[in-house]
Design a protein around this ligand. Structure first.
Ligand code: ZN
Length: 544
């Protein structure tokens, strides 16, 4: 039979259409959140990145180079929730790592109704129940009538549980007591055999038997202050902070928890992610699955050593090599182009205060505890009461004790004004505002919007303090080591947002996108409903 050119074309077109239906979703979505990864780390250490890691993401993928966190405070539990829910604390309810709930101060993923699986420690009493909305993983589950598998992996419980969401098959996190990955009865009654086998390898102990040496000669770390910098925090009081770091000796004192604070903990996390890939046959079952991974040691290293440290530079150079290895494993197992991969971060980090001052950059510490005590003393005098009217200052928010205020018969509206008047003269505070009155507060629209997005009226504080740039919460006044994060400024709010793989064109944009656009984009690409608290928009270059 001879076929005309037209018939052949029609047949080819029909085949292509079928193929496009079958390929409507990738085989696997892999989300990688790197805790405390500033956007500029993609460039900062690039000269010594390998081809297959961060550089591959940029060379093959699409980078949104102006991705901003559109709320405050910029911290871990909120960042992970916002990436995966396309929403903000005002709506998704995760108002901090800790926040106020029903007059109690709670940890974001605490759940006393469940117990650990794989451990007897309280570290297992965790679930996503305090998250008020769905994640993109939940929406994928709903779209495939729960045939898709969703697995979360991280050393930090909150970084695994919150992304994976309510309908996840499992979230696994690291437990110091059992020295392995655990989960909770929210998800299952017994660890799967592949998790037990992974834990039985006792990788953390093996990793802690080796000293941390720099990957290259220590004097070649051109992006960092010399190794004996005064900004480094020691692992143990009085211990030197120079390389090589005597991990076995420190581990004798700290136990296995040290794995969280060294680059080997990144390796451990990605090894566990690979074990999940194989153990659950993710992306190999004819359904679109989701693997949500978060790298926690980068945050601990950042807090301890700061931005300009050899330790931080070396951690990223090592993570880059681990990432290259992980991507190769995905290529071999799921196939290049068959998985959708994205990289982002839950927040960035500030330069160390003493480091800033040493280089002439205005920067000051703020002790929230000290201000809280001074405020209570002032209010006790003013209202002639013995009650502590300010419960605490946390996340740059003043939490009033509403019960104590009403029991003392005090007019809360007046007291709010008194708190603001007391705080305003402090020159470290750029703005101080009643969180119920943010919309009419005199501050730039960008900051106002981020404060409103971050305000959950059931769970947040009552008065918002916005610090001057480069100031952060720190109880020490001198010899400040390491760093922290939590504010609106670019060093904390400007994060990586890079997509690679299935249906992703190569390119980049400097158009502003937000942390809340990530899940909106993935959902649009997968053709599934967006999360139920979504305020983000699909990034147009990707979600066609
Ligand atoms: Zn974090």
């Amino acid at each position: 039979m001879k076929l005309s050119a037209k018939t052949i074309l029609t047949m080819l077109f029909a085949m292509a259409s079928l193929a496009s239906v079958a390929q409507a979703r990738p085989k696997l979505v892999v989300g990688l959140v790197v805790d405390q990864m500033r956007w500029d780390y993609l460039m900062r250490y690039q000269s010594r990145y390998v081809d297959g890691g961060f550089k591959r993401l940029l060379a093959e993928g699409y980078s949104c180079d102006n991705c901003q966190i559109n709320y405050i405070p910029t911290i871990t539990a909120i960042g992970h929730s916002s990436i995966y829910t396309a929403s903000v604390p005002s709506i998704h309810g995760i108002a901090g790592n800790n926040f106020r709930m029903d007059n109690r101060w709670v940890y974001c993923t605490d759940d006393s109704t469940v117990v650990g699986v794989g451990t007897t420690s309280d570290a297992g009493k965790m679930s996503p129940r305090n998250l008020l909305v769905t994640t993109m993983c939940d929406e994928l589950k709903l779209a495939t009538n729960f045939r898709s598998k969703v697995i979360g992996v991280a050393l930090k419980d909150r970084a695994s549980i919150l992304p994976a969401g309510h309908c996840a098959d499992a979230a696994y996190w690291f437990d110091d007591q059992s020295e392995g990955f655990i989960t909770s009865t929210y998800y299952m009654k017994e660890l799967p055999s592949w998790v037990k086998q992974f834990n039985q390898k006792r990788l953390p102990r093996k990793m802690l038997s080796e000293k941390w040496e720099t990957l290259f000669p220590v004097e070649t770390y051109a992006q960092s202050t010399a190794d004996d910098a005064p900004y480094d925090g020691p692992f143990l009081k009085g211990m030197p902070t120079t390389f090589p770091i005597d991990v076995p000796a420190i581990a004798k004192k700290t136990g296995v928890s040290l794995i969280r604070s060294i680059p080997a903990g990144c390796t451990l996390t990605l090894e566990m992610a690979k074990a999940a890939l194989h153990g659950e046959k993710l992306g190999q079952r004819g359904e679109c699955d989701f693997l949500a991974v978060s790298i926690s040691p980068t945050d601990y290293v950042g807090h301890q050593f700061g931005i300009n440290a050899v330790e931080t530079e070396d951690t990223y150079l090592r993570l880059d090599r681990d990432l290259a290895d992980f991507l190769s494993e995905l290529d071999r197992t799921v196939g290049r182009g068959n998985y959708l991969f994205f990289l982002s971060a839950d927040h960035g980090g500030a330069h160390n205060i003493s480091f800033n001052q040493d280089h002439g950059i205005p920067s000051e510490p703020w002790s929230m505890g000290e201000t809280s005590r001074a405020l209570n003393t002032y209010l006790k005098q003013k209202y002639a009461t013995n009650s502590k009217l300010v419960f605490k200052i946390s996340n740059c928010q003043v939490f009033l004790d509403h019960d104590a205020i009403s029991a003392a018969g005090i007019d809360e509206a007046q007291l709010r004004r008194d708190v603001i008047d007391f705080l305003k003269p402090d020159k470290r505070f750029a703005y101080v505002a009643d969180m119920e009155q943010l919309a009419t507060s005199s501050m730039p629209q960008l900051i106002r919007e981020r404060a409103i997005n971050g305000y959950n009226r059931f769970r947040s504080g009552d008065i918002q303090v916005v610090l001057q740039p480069a100031c952060y919460g720190e109880s020490r006044k001198t010899h400040i080591t390491g760093t922290t994060h939590g504010v609106w400024n670019p060093y904390d709010a400007h994060i990586p947002c890079v997509f690679m793989g299935w249906n992703i064109p190569q390119g980049s944009t400097n158009r502003e996108v937000h942390i809340t656009d990530i899940a909106a984009t993935v959902c649009a690409m997968l053709h599934v409903q967006m999360p139920n608290g979504c305020i983000g928009e699909p990034i147009e270059a990707l979600a066609k």
